[in-house]
Design a protein around this ligand. Structure first.
Ligand code: K7E
Ligand code: CUA
Length: 680
């Protein structure tokens, strides 16, 4: 059957290959960015029949070949886009090139990671991880559940400087510098143990949004679940970001107390709606579980009503109210009380059907798209209508006194897109895209308003669906959260992979599928499957690669990546030394191909050791590792970096330390002895 088909299409296949290769060759002579140093063509100018034979042998269709040509990225050619994908409960972030879908890096954030020497002795990483522990608790938290990466923005466009990400499990937010793709800061939310509506950046990254999720007393003090409505609360936190220091300023940040509905995903307004923030909620029923006591289980209890509440925040005004000190103190953190938020006009609700999940502001800031998991429509709200309705002051109120805007007054359109709609993205052609968890598929529909002239289809209409494999959560489009999306590519972040890859046992990878969305109309094919062998990626953002400008090596020898300046213990060649002061021993070491200096460190059991290593290399990729057995020390020292670690020499014996990066032909000789003489 397949064979027959193949012969019928052989001519087509061969001509397609010839065209495709011809186009490829033409393109390779033309505009190649000077960065993309692809090797010269080897001289082959025609496609022999071999390619068609290979395609036949592998059972590839013309569509497959087209997909391969769209994504195949030969050795040395660079990707056009970079995707930052959350690593879910791996507590990390993944960096993926598009369209090749090659995983280029992972970034350790909330979880110790040995390759990067993150959390295995290196003082800067130990301090960052420790920042994420809960104040007043001596428990160490060594993982996180990352959901929503947010690239820093300037005027609503990704600027390639910083990345933020939340930890749903423990209510934390991390700051990553895109100069070295390393985590610089973790802030623990003082008033909540969990979050979900984070992180999102405002259009100039003044504020990083962290919305809550499961209701809890603020500061998680014990309160009986029977007193849920009185004592439990929701929250949203606004973290002040200081671009110059590259840090969140905790003492300039604040939160707003909310009713104990379960706030879900949030998005920042932009352009027209800049200064406003939108979050979904579910469980406005305030179900408290207890199926074992005869109560409805959460999945039913939290889904009884037809409508939940879209939370609409006036952030600009909230900043003023917080600055005026109209806050209460929860665990040392300023929180605008719910009553104050209502009085000051910081918070409004709009009904949203039904157990909503995604909320996504359109590129012009005019529309807010909400998807109800249990409703086959997307509901699109008009920001202008929201403003008019607020100005008219015609409200109902929820039981906490929050003004509710009339649904029909603020709704712009509802489009039936399919089953289980979750998240929406936008492109440059006037389309919106919504993930359909249950179908599973990605739906493309036309956005009205200012976008209506971009294509000649009707406004607010479902155009097409592409099936994905399988149940899709978020989707991410190229520059999809900015004021000027690129279109071109969309990644479907699928939860289920089932039959897509070889069987690797009961735990499967996630399947990230690349869709080509460059053609208007009804074409939107899947062109690549990336199995991501780690925790579940929830959301991702995709930035044009040329907006990133990371360092190749650290700017100066002795760089401390945490402080962003030369470390006081930076050590140049010739300055290496071991200094003893009582039973404190301090070591200043250099690393260069292919030796550590010193190569012998002799100490006594019980000594307190402070050890600095400077990689004095200036060559790109000349990273050295440092591994010390038994003491659980493992470092990655990038060119120019100074790393410090400390330990108490409780164990005597002979310990070979060595470089873990195969850095030269004599890498195995890059070693040394730590000799710990037994104490009395
Ligand atoms: Cu839908 Cu956390 Cu944004 Cu998962 S979330 S999919
Ligand atoms: Cu340095 Cu191997």
């Amino acid at each position: 059957m397949k064979k027959e088909w193949f012969y019928r299409h052989k001519l087509l296949l061969t001509s397609l290959l010839i065209v495709v290769v011809g186009v490829g060759l033409l393109a390779s002579c033309g505009d190649k960015s000077d960065e993309a140093a692809a090797p010269e063509s080897s001289g082959a100018t025609t496609v022999s029949g071999d390619a068609a034979a290979i395609a036949e042998a592998r059972g590839l269709t013309p569509d497959d070949i087209l997909a391969a040509v769209k994504t195949y990225t030969p050795s040395g050619m660079y990707d056009e886009y970079v995707m930052f994908a959350s690593g879910g409960h791996s507590g990390q972030v993944y960096v993926v090139g598009l369209p090749s879908m090659r995983v280029i890096k992972k970034i350790a954030v909330f979880t110790p990671e040995p390759w990067q020497g993150y959390g295995y002795g290196a003082q800067d990483s130990m301090e960052i991880l420790a920042e994420g522990n809960v104040e007043g608790s001596d428990r160490e938290i060594t993982w996180g559940d990352t959901h929503h990466p947010a690239l820093s923005e300037t005027n609503g466009d990704y600027d390639g400087e910083f990345l933020f990400i939340n930890d749903k499990a423990n209510g934390r937010v991390a700051v990553i510098s895109l100069k070295d793709f390393e985590t610089k800061q973790i802030v623990k939310n003082p008033i909540a143990l969990g979050d979900h509506g984070g992180t999102m950046a405002t259009p100039n990254t003044e504020w990083i949004i962290e919305g809550g999720q499961y209701g809890s007393p603020l500061g998680w003090e014990y309160a009986s679940i029977e007193d849920y409505e009185a004592d439990y609360r929701g929250m949203i936190t606004f973290w002040k970001f200081d671009r110059e220091s590259g840090r969140i300023l905790e003492d300039q940040s604040f939160a707003i107390e909310l009713p104990p509905y379960w706030q879900d995903v949030c998005d920042s307004g932009k352009l027209d709606s800049e200064g406003w923030v939108f979050c979904n909620s579910f469980n406005t029923e305030m179900a408290t579980g207890g199926v074992e006591d005869g109560n409805p289980p959460f999945e039913a209890g939290a889904s009884q009503q037809d409508m939940d509440y879209l939370h609409i925040f006036n952030l600009d005004k909230a900043v003023e109210v917080a600055a005026a000190g109209k806050t209460m103190d929860v665990k040392g953190f300023p929180v605008i009380p719910l009553d104050t938020a209502i009085e000051e006009g910081l918070l409004y609700f709009a009904p949203e059907p039904k157990s909503p999940h995604g909320v996504d502001v359109s590129p012009d800031g005019q529309f807010v798209t909400v998807s109800g998991k249990l409703d086959p429509h997307v509901s699109v709200y008009s920001f202008d209508k929201i403003q008019d309705t607020i100005a008219a002051g015609n409200f109902e109120f929820d039981q906490y006194g929050v003004p509710i805007l009339n649904f029909d007054d603020v709704l712009e359109a509802q489009i039936e897109v399919g089953l289980g709609p979750l998240h929406t993205q936008y492109d440059d052609k006037g389309y919106a895209y919504t993930s359909l968890f249950l179908e599973p598929a990605v739906a493309r529909w036309t956005l009205g308003g200012d976008f209506s002239d971009l294509n000649d289809e009707e406004d607010w209409t479902l155009v097409q669906k592409t099936p994905v494999q399988y149940n899709v959560g978020h989707i991410a489009a190229a520059e999809g959260d900015t004021v000027s999306p690129d279109g071109k590519y969309l990644v479907s972040l699928n939860k289920w992979a089932i039959d897509r890859f070889l069987n690797v046992g009961p735990l499967l990878p996630q399947n990230l599928q690349l869709l080509d969305i460059s053609e208007p109309g009804t074409t939107m094919p899947v062109i690549y499957d990336l199995p991501l062998p780690d925790g579940e990626p929830h959301y991702a953002q995709i930035i044009k690669a040329d907006k990133l400008d990371p360092w190749e090596v650290y700017p100066e020898i002795g760089w401390n990546p945490r402080t962003g300046e030369v470390d006081e213990n930076a050590t140049q060649i010739g300055e290496e030394r071991i200094v003893r002061d009582g039973n404190n021993v301090e070591i200043w070491m250099t690393a260069v191909r292919s030796h550590f200096t010193p190569e012998r460190v002799e100490i006594k059991q019980g000594d307190k050791v402070t050890w600095h290593i400077t990689n004095v290399e200036r060559a790109y990729d000349a990273t050295h590792g440092f591994a010390l057995p038994l003491y659980n020390i493992n470092l990655s020292i990038e060119p120019g970096e100074t790393v410090t670690f400390e330990f108490e020499a409780t164990e005597d014996g002979v310990f070979s330390y060595y470089c873990t990066e195969f850095c030269s032909a004599l890498h195995l000789e890059m070693t040394g002895y730590l000799l710990v003489e037994p104490g009395e």
